[in-house]
Write a protein that binds this ligand. Sequence first.
Ligand SMILES: *[C@@H]1O[C@H](CO)[C@@H](O)[C@H](O)[C@H]1NC(C)=O
Ligand SMILES: *[C@@H]1O[C@H](CO)[C@@H](O)[C@H](O)[C@H]1NC(C)=O
Ligand SMILES: *[C@@H]1O[C@H](CO)[C@@H](O)[C@H](O)[C@H]1NC(C)=O
Ligand SMILES: *[C@@H]1O[C@H](CO)[C@@H](O)[C@H](O)[C@H]1NC(C)=O
Length: 451
Amino acid sequence: MMLLVHLLMGALAVSAVAGAVTGAVTGAGRDESSAAYWHAEAQAGIAARLARRPAERARNVIMFLGDGMSVPTLAAARTLLGQRQGATGEEAKLTFETFPTAGLVKTYCVNAQVADSACTATAYLCGAKANQGTLGLSAAVPRWDCDASTDTSQHVESIAEWALADGRDAGIVTTTRITHASPAGTFAKAANRHWENDAEVRQAGYDPQRCPDIAHQLVHNYPGNQFKVILGGGRREFIPTSSLDEEGRSGRRTDGRNLIEEWQRDKVSRNVSHRYIWNRDQLMDSYSSPPQYLLGLFENNHLQYHLQANSSTEPTLAELTEVAIRSLRRNEKGFFLFVEGGRIDHAHHDNLVELALDETLEMDKAVATATKMLSEDDSLIVVTADHAHVMTINGYSGRGNDILGPSREVGRDGVPYMTLSYANGPGFRPHVNGTRQNVTAEPNYPPTSLK
Ligand SMILES: *[C@@H]1O[C@H](CO)[C@@H](O)[C@H](O)[C@H]1NC(C)=O
Ligand SMILES: *[C@@H]1O[C@H](CO)[C@@H](O)[C@H](O)[C@H]1NC(C)=O
Ligand SMILES: *[C@@H]1O[C@H](CO)[C@@H](O)[C@H](O)[C@H]1NC(C)=O
Ligand SMILES: *[C@@H]1O[C@H](CO)[C@@H](O)[C@H](O)[C@H]1NC(C)=O
């Protein structure tokens, strides 16, 4: 049986534990007015969980990380999922909400009440809480302290390293720059998450020879140099300021090095099959027989939001995940794969809730792909998040109210408010003459991203 674990953040997860019914229909056709309906739903949920016997030992492990995927984000995303299918929405289920096990995690860091994606990555990938902004280091190393970070006794190993030591393969997939905090937690030892290229290390007053940047570590250091699949964005961290990438955008390195070429040369010297790819067509070419080592960097910066991307040129997270699994599952001993839906967080930071929810649903599609591809007998899939966000669900709207629209109520001032709103960030509108502004006609997000 597949061991499927869904770890939620925060304190509101009870509904996810109680809610699973396999094969539930949504919307019309159910007699929700009957108490027996709800009793049957609860019984079916318990029976479905009891029927699944967890595997004693998992050969393959995939960890899905929804960056900033708070509990209210899950509630809103499942409602949007159902509403997109023409149902009322609230009763819908994300794929991972049907997993048999759910839990809660506390996400504070050693020196921080509110976590960032680096100290959390260190915690959930290396098993030790750390200082905010640091990667792969114990909390004995303060952020920005290059010298302290060179003490290897304070380095903590990631689960990717444990997998490699056990003869398994490892890979990483993300919608952000591949050197960004969450994926970097699998391979980097860095006193500052922002040291993604050598220029950033120099700007902080340090010698990149002493504290190599995160892109350099991925290409040249263990365990990154052993990863069989590396798929994400962030070409700019790998090429010099004097170079343009395949889409005409410049690099950020000031050491003149092209780490994409160095990655290829390393694989040539090891006489292993390998390929560097940068667009969706090339990913599809690698689909049926991936090389032993695959490096895919699909944007200069982060991948575009799914709703803003050109789907013929930008791969989806599900497509990336599928190719990664096809590559890694060739190892009979098994594999560890880290998959991040990294832009849920970015959209929340910018208060672009439709994008945040859509990115959540995109990650859920990747989870669905993985559950279909792996055997229930030997694989563990964990879906979790690293911290919450300030999005809240407001008002007493009726069942099926557009989750992206205004609440059915208006405030005492007679002005509408949105069901989903943010406690801080650019969604704030100043009062005019002491009255809230009517934001209901504002667009949810711009049609294309500013690159
Ligand atoms: C490189 O690998 C190929 C295919 O596995 C093999 O035929 C060849 O002998 C290897 N070359 C060297 C120099 O090891
Ligand atoms: C998407 O990309 C393809 C290939 O470059 C191009 O032909 C098409 O016009 C693009 N679509 C949009 C909507 O920009
Ligand atoms: C707010 O804006 C919406 C959409 O433009 C409009 O239908 C509604 O009447 C407005 N409400 C108030 C109180 O101004
Ligand atoms: C705000 O109040 C002032 C003074 O009554 C008035 O001139 C102005 O038009 C009002 N602004 C808006 C946006 O209602």
